[in-house]
Design a protein around this ligand. Sequence first.
Ligand SMILES: [Ca+2]
Length: 356
Amino acid sequence: MTTQRLISSCLLGLASALSLGAGAAQPAPAAKTVQGSTPYGERADAMQMAADIAARHDLPVEWVRSTMAQARFLPQVPRLMTPAAQGAAKNWTVYRSRFVEPVRIRAGVRFWQANAAALARAEKTYGVPAEIIVGIIGVETIYGQQMGNFRVIDALATLSFDFPAAHPRAAARTEYFRGELEQFLRFTHRAGMDPFSLRGSYAGAMGMGQFMPSSWVKWAVDFDGDNRIDLFGSAADAIGSVANYFVAHGWKPGMPTHYPVVMRAQGSDLAALLAPDILPQFTASDMAARGVQLPSGAAAHPGPLALVKLENGAEGQPLYIAGTENFYAITRYNWSSYYALSVTELGQEVAAAMRR
Ligand SMILES: [Ca+2]
C-alpha cells in the first residue's frame, strides 16, 4: 500500500532546506562520516537490529545479518522523502487529471476483462465492489505496469538507518520503517522468497496494490488457490488482498463512498463541519441544519458523514462532498481525500467504459 504518498504528504510545506542532505548544515565536515559510506554490515545499529529481529522471530541470525549486510544505501531515497515541490497548493482538478485519464481507463478495462471472475468473486466474498478494487490497483500501479524498481531491502534499510534527520518526525518514521524491515525479513524467510529479488517503491511498497510488508503479513491473501501469495504476478491475489484490506479497515458492503452536496454552509457552521476533517461524525440532518444539502437518497443514510473539502488551487472554487464511512475506509489505504476520490472516480470511469 501506498505509504509513499502518505509520507510525502506529511512533508507539505516543509522548507526546501531539507533537500540539502544530512550533512549540509554542518560546518567543517572533515572527519564526519558521509551518509551511506559505511556498509550496513559494518554498522553497529544495523547489526544489533539484525540480532534483535532474529531473536524475536526465531530466524537464523547469520541469515538476517548477511541479508542486512547486503542491503545497499540508496542516496535518492532520503531525497524522495523530502520533496520540496510538495509545497504547492492542493488542487483537486490537477490531482484527478493524473489518475483519471484515458490511458489508465483503457488499462483498467483490459484489467477488468482479464480478471472479471476474480473481481466478481472478491465482490461476493468481501463485499467490496469490483470498481473500487479496479480504482485502487489503477491509481497505485496502472494495473501492475509501475510497481517500483527499488530493491525493497535497499529502500527499507536506507529508511531504517539513514532517514533524513531534518524531518520533523524522523524518530517516528525511523521506527516505522524498522518495523517494516523486520516484517519484510520475517515474511520473505518464512515464505522462502529471495529478499533481494523483490522490488517496489522507494518506501518499500510492493506489488500491484503496493502493500507495505506489514500489510502483506496481515492482509494479503492467496486468492487464486495456488497456496502462495504473489502480489506481483497474480492479479487474483492482488484483487483478493485489496478487498481483504478494506474489510479489515471497516468497509461496509452496499454503502456508497460519498454524496454530492449543495453548499450553503458558512461561518461557524462551515468551521464546525470541517473540524473533524475526513472522520465521519454528522448525520444527514446535522448537515442540512448547517446548510449542506444532500441528495434526497442520502436522507436515509444509515451512518455518519464527513464534509470533505477538496481545494482547487489558490484561485479555483473548492469541491465539497459528503464522505461516508466507506470514503474514510479508502483513506486507510492512503491518508488523503484526494487519493480516495481519485480511486472512486477512476473505478467509475472504468466501469462506464466497460458498459460502452
Ligand atoms: Ca496465489
